[in-house]
Write a protein that binds this ligand. Structure first.
Ligand code: M6R
Length: 600
């Protein structure tokens, strides 16, 4: 909502910044001259803009949406905004309305006509129905929202209220931005940064009314007013842009040394707080999805080795089935989520809270739902990550988790002072080491990509803590270059997956100089005996394994085993990135994926 000029170009530019959240269709609506004007279609924002000119809509107030399909395939009719029968109300929505089928039946019986297959469309019809019963627009939105089950950050406008936008939030992120020139709201903070740095967070169960009077926040349940101070966001717009790199992912891979340094600073009192909670627990569940799960898997080796504490890494979507009954008042859940909004993580946490477990969080998004449901949380401090494929997330999370594991080890007196001193010293070297790897090995990795660009499948193997590195390397490659790939703990591979290996089949080994090395050499020999091409990520001084490798990428020597996933994953990130580019795929926007998966 702007004081002067048109809202549409501002919405269009904001949607571009939000595109990483979803990009199968896009739409905008404005109110002008007593009419609701809508442009929307299937496709990425740039393509739709070329066809429809999204900037062309008149009006000082409007809403927009970039979609990642949940209900109803990507298509023009399923694109947001959605409208009511009279075409007076428009709504955009992020999340899922679980009871939409029941509501749709009820509204259809009352004569409402639906045009899309989305869950969202029930919302404008519900508002319309409530208005028929005499409520005003805002009251109708409130009563409609009360009938919704599921997750939503939703926005509604009405032609007869050309100076009002109404928002509601439950379990999907929503923030408001305030500036001299207008009022804004979005699903994330970076979207608003070029417009304003003055932000107000909106919490679950709240509604926001933006109007000429300013920002009004109310609790949906009892309509009580909420006073909340704005805060100033220190992220710069530049931080959220590509800074000259062709893709966000490459920029984010290159940012890792800086992020790791940031992660080493300023964490101490939060690390202490988390450690206090962890020390009290009988068992720790490390809960996450995707890359964050791989961080948890690596961290479970750190916690078990350093602290002698049973630590279970769990894929969040499996948590309830696997441990829902076992979790109890003595359990601690350390939930790890870059976005802090991953629905599988939040859903699992709900169950754990119900069983009185202690919830702790590690996230990149302060103000996210995870930070609000956690007893204590810590920030991974890596700044906005826009590429859908997580890169700096993995290394920053591991740097935080290793500091927590080390602090806990100290508190519990489980390792010697000498080992603590050694690990603390080595931690400080890691940012510089990652910098060197990027500087010295990027070209080499590109060369390996060139050689293997037509390969149909890759096999990633690691042992011990670097099983997690192998899993992460596999995830990176397959999610952005669409090359089906497999990853195993190297010792397990001979129990089945080795049957895939034939002459020239590429096997990528993660091989630090550590306790797993001897066994790993055995695994390399097994693969070589079957004709595999051996690619190793290897200690620069390891001549023996180099001699067994067809290709290798050097990692500086003397990395402690428990910190090794941080430098050793970097060549695998670069490998995935360059392979995606080589194959003509956009690494920042892999098909079918969204940066933050806010549905179950
Ligand atoms: O925001 P989160 O860390 O909770 O996200 C978890 C996963 O969705 C995420 O890591 C995903 O797997 C990425 N695409 C991996 O690159």
């Amino acid at each position: 909502m702007v004081n002067d000029g048109k809202a549409a170009p501002i919405i269009h530019a904001a949607l571009k910044r939000l595109e990483y959240r979803g990009y199968d269709s896009v739409g905008e609506a404005t109110v002008y001259d007593g009419r609701l004007l809508i442009k929307k279609d299937q496709g990425k924002i740039d393509d739709v803009h070329k066809r429809l000119d999204l900037d062309d809509l008149p009006g000082k107030m409007g809403i927009g949406h970039t979609r990642w399909a949940t209900h109803g395939a990507p298509s023009m009719v399923n694109s947001h905004p959605h409208t009511d029968c009279s075409n007076k109300i428009a709504v955009v929505h992020n999340g899922i309305i679980e009871n939409f089928n029941d509501l749709k039946d009820e509204l259809t019986d009352k004569g409402h006509v639906f045009v899309s297959r989305t869950d969202t469309e029930v919302i404008p019809h519900l508002i319309e129905e409530n208005m028929k019963s005499g409520l005003n627009f805002v009251e109708s939105v409130r009563d409609s929202v009360k009938r919704l089950s599921g997750s939503y950050a939703l926005v509604a406008i009405h032609v007869d209220e050309p100076n009002k936008i109404v928002f509601a939030r439950n379990a999907s992120p929503l923030v408001v931005g305030i500036s001299e020139t207008g009022l804004y709201a979005s699903s994330d903070i970076p979207t608003l940064l070029p417009l304003t740095k003055k932000i107000i967070e909106v919490y679950n169960g709240e509604m926001v009314i933006l109007s000429e009077k300013g920002v009004e926040i109310r609790r949906i349940e009892d309509w009580s007013p909420i006073k909340r101070e704005s805060s100033i966001i220190t992220w710069t717009v530049e931080m959220a842009q590509k800074q000259g790199f062709p893709h966000f992912m490459l920029k984010e891979i290159h940012e890792q040394p800086k992020c790791l340094e940031d992660t080493l600073r300023l964490q101490q009192r939060y690390i202490d707080l988390l450690t206090t909670f962890l020390d009290r627990s009988k068992e720790i569940y490390l809960l996450a999805c995707g890359t964050s799960y791989h961080s948890c898997l690596a961290a479970s080796y750190m916690f078990s080795n350093l602290c002698n504490l049973p630590t279970l890494p769990v894929i969040a979507s499996e948590f309830i089935e696997q441990y829902g009954e076992a979790v109890n008042i003595d359990s601690t859940i350390l939930a790890v989520s870059q976005s802090g909004e991953t629905a599988d993580v939040l859903h699992a946490i709900e169950q754990a809270r119900f069983k009185a477990a202690t919830i702790l969080g590690l996230t990149n998004a302060i103000g996210s739902t995870l930070t609000r449901v956690s007893r204590a949380y810590i920030c991974q401090q890596s700044g906005p990550e826009i590429g859908v494929a997580a890169s700096k997330t993995f290394t920053s999370q591991l740097m935080v988790l290793s500091q927590i594991a080390l602090r806990l080890a100290k508190v519990r007196g489980k390792i010697s002072q000498e080992k603590i001193d050694y690990l603390e010293e080595k931690m400080k070297d890691i940012p510089n080491m990652v910098d060197k790897i990027i500087l010295n090995q990027e070209k080499k990795v590109k060369g390996i990509v060139e050689k293997y660009k037509n390969t149909k499948c890759f096999y990633f193997l690691g042992r011990g803590i670097n099983t997690a590195t192998a899993f992460e390397g596999r995830l990176k490659l397959l999610e952005i270059s669409y090359i089906p790939s497999i990853a195993y703990p190297a010792g397990e591979s001979k129990h089945g997956a080795i049957s895939l290996v034939e002459k020239g089949f590429p096997v990528i080994f993660v091989c630090p100089q550590d306790g797993t090395r001897k066994a790993l050499i055995g695994n390399i020999m097994e693969m070589k005996a079957r004709g595999a091409s051996i690619i190793t990520i290897i200690d620069e001084n390891d001549k023996e394994i180099k001699a067994l490798s067809d290709e290798y990428v050097d990692i500086p020597s003397d990395v402690p085993e428990l910190l090794s996933p941080i430098p050793y994953v970097v060549p695998l990130q670069l490998f995935a990135y360059y392979m995606a580019v080589e194959k003509g795929c956009n690494p920042d926007m892999p098909r079918n994926l969204a940066k933050s998966v806010t549905v179950l």
